[in-house]
Design a protein around this ligand. Structure first.
Ligand code: ADP
Ligand code: MG
Length: 269
């Protein structure tokens, strides 16, 4: 849904490609983490209690689930360990940037529904927001039916947060490209009904990427849009340290700013 007064909840997902080299193991670009922590901190200061940070997995997350043994139902467990480290790195960087940030394990605050979709449960995240704390989430593995651990990538995490502000949630995914590219052009707007052709122009994910790169991201966002969120894919390099437009109605965003907006069918442009 469009948010004419700006979103009540902004979920900012920082793509792993912006702070980590996924081809390597446990690689982090500390300066990039500090930079994006300042971006998130500025947004939090503008709208305390209305911003959630979701970290991409980068080489930590993708490295942990690249070669899982299908015979071991608990094979994905190390993902929980490395993502805890990653959330802690963000939490410290956010504290350095002067905001009260708190790491939240996704599996401790969400469960998989019968259709495999994660849904938020419990009061932990709403309580953090209500008390002006910035929650820091990431992907995780969650117990499925039968006890097998199911990998939930970070692009899917924002979907569970929509319930906190139905029809008033904006999901901004910062990544290393300007949006969904059709050759040199950015596709400005997609809905579930118009996405078919766009999915056709997406290149296959490289071997080291376990969540389908842009294909996975777009599929996740189409689901989130169907659940009522206003979603934007934006180049992290264009999100300045104080990017207050991220909290403004889309109509007030810089016109020349390339991005792909993903919304439900029937939402007016
Ligand atoms: N048509 C496309 N438009 C944009 N990105 C694409 C396209 N096809 C493949 N990609 C790849 O998807 C990548 C972004 O997804 P990903 O690496 O998963 O980002 P993140 O780290 O933010 O999750 C781009 O860097 C690009 O290499
Ligand atoms: Mg990705």
């Amino acid at each position: 849904m469009p948010t004419p007064d700006g979103p009540r909840l902004l979920v900012l997902k920082i793509g792993g490609s912006l702070f980590s080299d996924k081809r390597r193991d446990r690689h982090l670009d500390g300066a990039a983490v500090r930079h994006y922590a300042r971006v998130a901190a500025a947004l939090h200061r503008t709208a305390p209690g209305r911003v959630v940070l979701v970290s991409g997995g980068g080489s930590y997350g993708h490295g942990a689930v690249r070669d899982l043994d299908p015979a071991d139902p608990f094979a994905a467990l190390p993902l929980t360990g490395v993502n805890a480290e990653l959330r802690w790195v963000w939490t410290e960087a956010l504290r350095e940037a002067g905001v009260p940030a708190f790491p939240v394990q996704f599996a401790a605050t969400a469960v998989l529904g019968a259709d495999g979709t994660p849904a938020l449960c419990g009061e932990a995240v709403p309580r953090l927001l209500a008390t002006g704390i910035l929650p820091v989430l990431s992907g995780d593995c969650l117990p499925g039916h039968g006890g097998r651990l199911v990998v939930v990538g970070s692009d899917l995490v924002p979907g569970a947060l929509i319930a906190l502000a139905p029809r008033a949630t904006r999901i901004v995914m910062l990544t290393d490209v300007d949006g969904v590219m059709d050759g040199p052009a950015v596709v400005p707007r997609l809905t579930p009904a118009t996405a078919g052709s766009a999915l056709g122009v997406l290149r296959e994910a490289p071997r080291w990427d376990t969540t389908g790169s842009m294909v996975g991201k777009l599929k996740a966002l189409l689901g989130h849009a169907g659940d009522g969120a206003e979603c934007v894919i934006l180049n992290g390099a264009r999100a300045e340290a104080a990017a207050p437009f991220l909290l403004e109605p889309l109509s007030r965003w810089p016109e020349a700013l390339p991005r792909t907006t993903v919304v439900a069918d029937g939402v007016p442009a």
